[in-house]
Design a protein around this ligand. Structure first.
Ligand code: AMP
Length: 118
C-alpha cells in the first residue's frame, strides 16, 4: 500500500484538513507556503494521467471548498499536480498541492535551472 493510501486509512497520522467519502486533504509535512495542503482521492490513482473527468469534477469542488475554509479563496492561491519523472512527482498517488497565504513567486517551488536546458 502506498504512503498516501496509508494516510487515507489513518495507518500513518496526518494533520487532516478535510475529508468526505471520496477525497481527503491534509497539511504537507514540508510546507512551501504558509498554507500548503495536499488534496487526494481516497481511491488510489497513480497521477493526473490516470484520473477521470468524473473524479476531477469531485476534486474540483473539494479543492474549492478547502480554499474557503482555509481563507485563501479571495487572496488567491495556486493548485499544482506533479506528474511522473519530469514533473517531479515523488509520491505516486494523485495529489494536488494547494498553496497560498502569501504572494507566491513563480520560481520558488523549483530547484531546476532552466538555463541548463539551453
Ligand atoms: P510530489 O513531489 O508532488 O510527489 O509531492 C509529494 C509531497 O508529499 C511533498 O510536498 C512532501 O512534502 C509531501 N509528503 C510526503 N510525505 C508526507 C507525509 N507523511 N505527510 C504529509 N505530506 C507528506
Amino acid at each position: 500500500m502506498c504512503l498516501f493510501c496509508k494516510i487515507v486509512n489513518k495507518e500513518i497520522p496526518s494533520n487532516i484538513v478535510a475529508e468526505n467519502d471520496d477525497f481527503f486533504a491534509f497539511h504537507d509535512i514540508n510546507p512551501k507556503a504558509p498554507v500548503h495542503i495536499l488534496a487526494i482521492p481516497k481511491l488510489h490513482v497513480d497521477s493526473f494521467a490516470e484520473t477521470t473527468p468524473e473524479m476531477m469534477a469531485g476534486m474540483t469542488s473539494f479543492i474549492q471548498e478547502i480554499t474557503k475554509t482555509e481563507n485563501i479563496k479571495d487572496s488567491g492561491y495556486r493548485v499544482i499536480t506533479n506528474i511522473g519523472e519530469n514533473g517531479g512527482q515523488e509520491v505516486k498517488h494523485l495529489h494536488f498541492h494547494i498553496l497560498g497565504g502569501a504572494k507566491l513567486s513563480w520560481d520558488h517551488l523549483t530547484d531546476s535551472n532552466p538555463k541548463a536546458f539551453l
